[in-house]
Design a protein around this ligand. Structure first.
Ligand code: MN
Length: 758
């Protein structure tokens, strides 16, 4: 078991514990909106009695009687998700089969088939996590497969996880970390996709609290400090709205939309901005009770119109999820208006019903529509689960890769587009025409050549928007292309293209290899590793696979082969990465009195070379995240050491520092430069000893960062002689290098040789 620790105990319950358990059960029965019928109440009572009996000798790691856990999960299922008798009883029984002597058959006999199936699903999920033989990703895959059987299994599992997260404090540190990571990786996105916003937010915050306790505490304390100011701003903004709505006899509630600690932290990272900038953005929510005989939609727009009489709207930020709800059921009207001091404020307008759906998701629909009606939302979710199932069952797919794609899908919001026949397809925001093609069928995606959107011809990369009507044009000759991956975002399209490319690539490599061998044979040249390497260099390919597949694809012209192999090596251009600081150390982002005079005179942009000869670059690479060229990076000015520390922009350390000292953040980016390098040859002689060769190569390639082209070593009678061909920028560079080499222990002489090529 991962999320619970139980200890057998023979000690009987104390009277206080008994009273508490009875009280919890009474609250469960009383607070449930959906336990009105006698039969339903009896079912829940029966489940409670069995769970109580089954767990009676067990305690949780915290010391409390075990039954408190299923009781709490049942209350979440009932009060926070809004499910009925069947789910409540399954929540009470969810650990019985796994942790006690009762079997699934017992449950089937005492209750019914449906109950047994749900309990079975819940037990299997726990099993997936305890199976140490398979990888984490593989476990998640199993969970998702189990989850897609019955919606109630997901919802009860989420409630179970929520209660375990709420009581995570008594777990040992390593388990805390593991459970908190699983939560953020899979359970929070699932809650999001099911529209359970309140639960999703709580899971995210709790997970962060255990994964990054310091950052969590820091942001939480900042929120406490700034709360007053924010409330007064919200009041100032809301006052005219309240007046106007009251004049129009609208019953409503207006609240400042609370931001969760996790969402603030995430924004700080993705937008690379300090806490204050994230927290500064105001957002309010208006929840109204509809007037009799006026539709909710009409009310939303009426309120919108009243607000925009007061504040100027930003037209491109209007979001209408009332006319077309999101696929997870979310309904609301979002607008952004210009508040005081030119600040943009987001306003969310919802009816009481919409608000409940937004907070409690899927299950809240029942309260308004009755459990028996099959509403479109339910169908939508079933379809989504079916899609996951299809993806999971694809045996070619790498489990981890899949999960990343899958997670992307969970977080993006939807657009709705139409087929030529008018059927609606739901796709993630920013999906392309090609995503749509794959959404319809893999065959259509694989052979797509273009699309018609609203009857106009567009490329496959065309980004769709809600309401588009899309027709895909295909050709039998078409094959999936590597660059297609740049403009598809759905997991289904990505997986299909990757699979197709893998197969194609293998073919190209085989064809390319054969073609090259034939060519060399016709020239009477043996295909040796040296020949292949030389050709690869000439054609600027990095790996053999790339080289052969390019030949296979006909991208490389083999007519030059003979000439290339005859050619002597020439000087070549070597790529260097440099860091470009978009602000110097001395120019602070905000006003800073300490800015020192000398530094002020410097240009705002300093170009620092990552060059072996310019060691006084004034920056260091952070040890915690070790960014390499190409990573998104950010500089942090370390005042004590007077140097810029370069971190990955996602590094938690720099995020924490940025939160504290936003003004010390220095924008920086990698740029690519080509420096001319020259091939030179040096001869090194000395007395052979163990490790001398490695000392030489380490000094040259690691410490001095010089590219070695070739190296040959000869040892006779204890005398060591090495010939090294390397790329240098200048004679100064070369002399410097030779001087350093001569200082290595055992080296007698280092001389420059006339380089004559091959
Ligand atoms: Mn449990």
């Amino acid at each position: 078991m991962t999320e619970k620790e139980l200890t057998e105990t023979k000690s009987v319950l104390t009277p206080a514990e008994k009273t508490n358990i009875e009280e919890q059960f009474r609250l469960l029965m009383e607070n449930s909106p959906r336990l009105k019928k006698k039969a339903d109440r009896e079912r829940v009572e029966k489940a409670f009695n069995l769970a109580f009996l089954a767990h009676k000798d067990m305690r949780r790691r915290s010391g409390e009687p075990y039954i408190c856990h299923p009781l709490a999960v049942a209350r979440i299922v009932s009060e926070e998700i809004g499910l009925g008798a069947l789910s409540i009883s399954c929540a009470l029984l969810h650990d019985v089969v796994e942790d006690t002597d009762y079997t699934l058959d017992d449950i089937r006999q005492m209750f019914d088939e449906k109950t047994a199936r749900i309990i079975d699903g819940l037990t299997k999920i726990s099993g997936a996590f305890t199976d140490h033989s398979s990888s984490q990703a593989e476990n998640f895959r199993k969970i998702l497969l189990t989850l897609s059987d019955d919606m109630r299994v997901i919802l009860i599992k989420l409630a179970d996880r929520l209660h375990n997260m709420r009581t995570l404090g008594s777990m040992p540190a390593d388990k805390k970390m593991k459970i908190a990571s699983e939560t953020i990786y899979i359970y929070a996105p699932l809650a999001h996709r099911l529209g359970l916003y309140a639960i999703k937010t709580e899971l995210e915050d709790l997970s962060m609290k255990y994964r990054y306790p310091e950052i969590y505490e820091e942001i939480a304390s900042k929120i406490r400090q700034n709360e007053k100011k924010r409330l007064s701003e919200i009041n100032r903004f809301s006052l005219p709205i309240i007046q106007k709505l009251e004049e129009n006899k609208i019953h409503f509630e207006i609240t400042g939309r609370p931001k969760s600690i996790y969402s603030i932290w995430k924004k700080m990272q993705t937008k690379n901005i300090p806490f204050e900038e994230v927290y500064d953005l105001l957002a309010i929510r208006i929840i109204f009770d509809p007037k009799p005989r006026v539709s909710e939609k009409a009310m939303c727009w009426m309120i919108y119109s009243l607000i925009t009489d007061i504040y100027l709207p930003k037209p491109d930020r209007l979001r209408d999820w009332v006319s077309k709800p999101k696929a997870n059921g979310y309904e609301a009207l979002h607008a952004t208006v210009m508040g005081h001091d030119g600040k943009w404020v987001e306003v969310q307008i919802r009816s009481r019903r919409m608000d409940e759906i937004a907070e409690r998701g899927y299950a809240a629909h029942w309260k308004y529509k009755g459990e028996r009606s099959v509403e479109p939302q339910e169908k939508e979710l079933d379809l989504w689960l079916k899609k996951i199932r299809e993806l999971l069952e694809n045996p070619n797919d790498n489990a981890l890769e899949f999960l990343d794609d899958f997670k992307l899908n969970l977080y993006t919001s939807e657009i709705l587009v139409f087929t030529p026949k008018g059927h609606i397809k739901s796709l993630p925001k920013n999906a392309s025409a090609l995503d749509f093609a794959y959404e319809i069928h893999t065959e259509i995606g694989d052979h797509a050549i273009g699309a018609k959107v609203n009857h106009k011809l567009v490329p496959l990369s065309y980004k769709l928007t809600s309401g588009d009507q899309v027709e895909i044009l295909t050709s039998d000759k078409q094959r999936p292309q590597a660059e297609w991956l740049n403009y598809v975002i759905t997991a289904k399209a990505k997986v299909s293209i990757k699979n197709a490319l893998k197969t194609e690539r293998k073919n190209h490599i085989r064809i390319g290899k054969e073609r090259l061998e034939r060519k060399l044979k016709s020239l009477n040249i043996n295909t040796t590793a040296y020949v292949v390497r030389k050709l690869m260099n000439a054609y600027e390919t990095l790996t053999k696979d790339e080289f052969y597949s390019k030949i296979g694809l006909g991208l490389l012209n083999l007519d030059d082969v003979e000439q290339i192999l005859k050619q002597k090596s020439r000087n070549k251009l070597v790529k260097y990465w440099t860091l470009q600081f978009l602000r110097s150390k001395g120019t602070p982002q905000k006003k800073n009195n300490e800015a020192n005079e000398k530094k002020k005179k410097e240009k705002d942009t300093v170009l620092l070379r990552d060059n072996p000869l310019e060691e006084e670059a004034g920056y260091v690479i952070a040890n915690c995240c070790k960014p390499i060229p190409g990573d998104n990076v950010v500089g942090y000015l370390d005042k004590e050491k007077d140097t810029i520390v370069v971190h990955k922009s996602t590094c938690p350390t720099v995020v924490r520092l940025a939160a504290k000292h936003g003004d010390r953040i220095i924008p920086v980016r990698w740029t690519e430069h080509k420096l001319r390098s020259f091939l030179s040859r040096i001869r090194i002689t000395g007395i052979d000893r163990l490790g001398i060769l490695s000392d030489i190569t380490t000094l040259i390639s690691k410490q001095l960062d010089v590219n070695i082209r070739s190296l040959s070593v000869d040892v006779h009678d204890g005398i060591f002689e090495a010939i090294v061909d390397l790329y240098v920028h200048s004679t100064v560079h070369l002399n410097n290098l030779m001087l350093k080499l001569s200082k290595i222990k055992g080296i007698e002489s280092v001389n420059r040789e006339e380089y004559s090529g091959e």
